[in-house]
Design a binder for this molecule. Structure first.
Ligand code: BG6
Length: 512
């Protein structure tokens, strides 16, 4: 097995391949413990870590939300959620029973100062009972509007400092525009130093997104091609087949640009386009990602409608089932101008990428769930072979993020038989068949990283602000514009304008 350099005994990331790291004891305090994220992602991830014996013996989880519940009631609820939402693993009742002893609950309103006094008492008791060593990971999974007051509450109760380390994990969204993102960071910094703030972007925790770094910088053959001389354009897609699934009220305020592009897809783009970092230390990797995000050309208002597309799904009948349009979803305003589809063309202003379009799109109720990055290389400058004559790029490298995790390279090959007829073929790598083992979920990876103090895969204040700066002109122009919505039926690849955006540069979207 090949390991990375920088593995001195003092290096907390003794093994960046994430084996054999010594797990410190700690208490994880989840604010918003009765919410969807805790049920669907956090608890199944923590259970899985327990199953794999990745947690220290001195470990505890304390859930907090407004609903009054006993420890046992909360444990029962979490057991149900883990059974329902864990992926690719059997439920082991013996492991659960032992893990459940580390789960605690307290009812409390984060807006009420008394909540933090009770929290201090609970934490002290848990620390004694479970030997958590005074280390605490606070996890904000409440309504985003409560992030600042919760951090300030932790601070005023004196809980941001203690016998061990204290860290704060913050779920997205980090603000709703550049200004509010700055304000949120200012508020958090009243209590926590930036190095203690872990802004989670679960796309960065996906194995396939981490693998982009291994692919680019672990191999010598791709990097020489990874630039404007050889790359024609890049397409980044995150398509979802589901609609807003009962999250209409949240989604109406967010929209696809804010929900997916500003964070997940721009982070993916940064990972694809960043320069190699000098080391695999969190500082270096994050510096390179940040630098790339700052190099994204900020559109002028007059360019926005040419270089971005907003869409909203309308009703459709699919597989004999009637699907409502977005405006008919629960909690959504019937005249809503929210984008359930967003696409944009970005350019990176540096020597490596000048002039190369990065097309980014994401949408709900598209024909299938698929996230991928397609890097289309320039066509051969001259061909003597009988191809379709379109001059279109044949060489495409596809990094499949999900669900069929893998990498494919498309190229031309001679068709067997007489004559020299060529046909595109594909060379494929598949995670499943190559490794034959389960990949950890993004939340397992990211929770472990936060516990061990490795911020490589977390976003930093400057990265968040740079990505808001890149989408801000789009947000502003869209807010002033009246779109004719709905403009795509559920179950299709988005509005026609999106195809037109690429056609203006002679390109077209892949249908993955
Ligand atoms: C979340 C968005 O951040 O990512 C959701 O808020 C979206 O709207 C989800 O469905 C997609 O994540 P994944 O891992 O399923 O691609």
């Amino acid at each position: 097995m090949i390991r990375l350099k920088d593995m001195s005994p003092d290096n907390p990331f003794q093994d960046p391949l994430r084996f054999e790291r010594k797990m410190p004891e700690c208490a994880v305090v989840i604010f918003g413990a009765n919410g969807d994220l805790t049920k669907r992602k956090l608890m199944p991830a923590l259970y899985r870590l327990a199953l794999e014996r990745r947690l220290a013996p001195g470990f505890a989880v304390l859930g907090i939300s407004r609903t009054p519940m006993s420890n046992d009631q909360f444990r029962d609820k979490m057991r149900e959620s883990v059974q329902r939402y864990q992926e690719n693993s059997e439920f082991d009742a013996t492991v659960w029973d032992s893990f459940a002893k580390s789960i605690f609950y307290m009812g409390g309103d984060v807006g009420d100062p008394a909540c933090y006094t009770t929290l201090a008492t609970c934490l002290a008791a848990i620390e004694r009972e479970r030997q958590t060593g005074g280390n605490v990971l606070f996890y904000l999974s409440t309504q985003p509007s409560q992030y600042a007051e919760t951090a300030l509450g932790i601070g005023s109760a004196g809980l941001a400092k203690g016998a061990g380390w204290r860290r704060l994990v913050v779920e997205k969204p980090f603000g709703h525009d550049l200004e509010s993102a700055k304000k949120l960071s200012d508020d958090l910094h009243q209590v926590f130093h930036e190095s203690e703030v872990y802004r989670i972007d679960h796309y960065l925790g996906k194995e396939t997104v981490q693998n982009i770094l291994a692919f680019r910088f672990g191999n010598g053959i791709f990097e020489p091609l990874w630039n404007r001389r050889y790359v024609n354009h890049v397409q980044i897609t995150a398509a979802e087949s589901i609609g807003v699934e009962g999250r209409g009220a949240y989604y109406q305020e967010a929209g696809a640009l804010r929900d997916m592009i500003q964070n997940h897809l721009l982070q993916v783009m940064a990972t694809i386009a960043m320069e190699p970092s000098a080391t695999f230390q969190p500082g270096s990797v994050r510096d390179e990602r940040a630098k790339l995000l700052r190099s994204i050309r900020v559109m002028k208002p007059a360019e926005v409608l040419c270089n971005s597309v907003s869409g909203q799904y309308g009703p459709a009948r699919i597989g004999g089932q009637d699907l409502p349009g977005f405006r008919e979803e629960k909690g959504v305003d019937p005249g809503s101008q929210t984008d359930t589809y967003a696409a944009a063309t970005f350019f990176v202003e540096n020597w490596r990428w000048a002039g190369v379009p990065f097309y980014v799109r994401s949408g709900k109720h598209l024909p299938k769930r698929v996230s991928e990055i397609a890097i289309e290389f320039n066509a051969a400058p001259h061909t003597v072979f009988d191809t379709d004559g379109s001059g279109a790029s044949i060489n495409i490298l596809i990094l499949r993020i999900q669900p069929e995790e893998g990498i494919s390279l498309k190229f031309l090959s001679k068709r067997p038989g007489a004559g020299m007829m060529l046909r595109p073929v594909s060379m494929d790598f598949n995670y499943g068949s190559s490794f034959g083992e389960r990949s950890p979920s993004a939340y397992e990876t990211l929770l472990l990283d936060a516990i061990v103090g490795d911020a490589t895969l977390y976003t930093r204040q400057d990265m968040v602000e740079a990505s808001w700066a890149a989408v801000e002109p789009i947000q502003q122009v869209w807010a002033e514009h009246k779109f004719e919505f709905p403009n795509y039926p559920a179950g299709t690849w988005g509005p026609a304008a999106s195809e037109e955006m690429l056609a203006r540069r002679g390109h077209s979207w892949r249908k993955p």
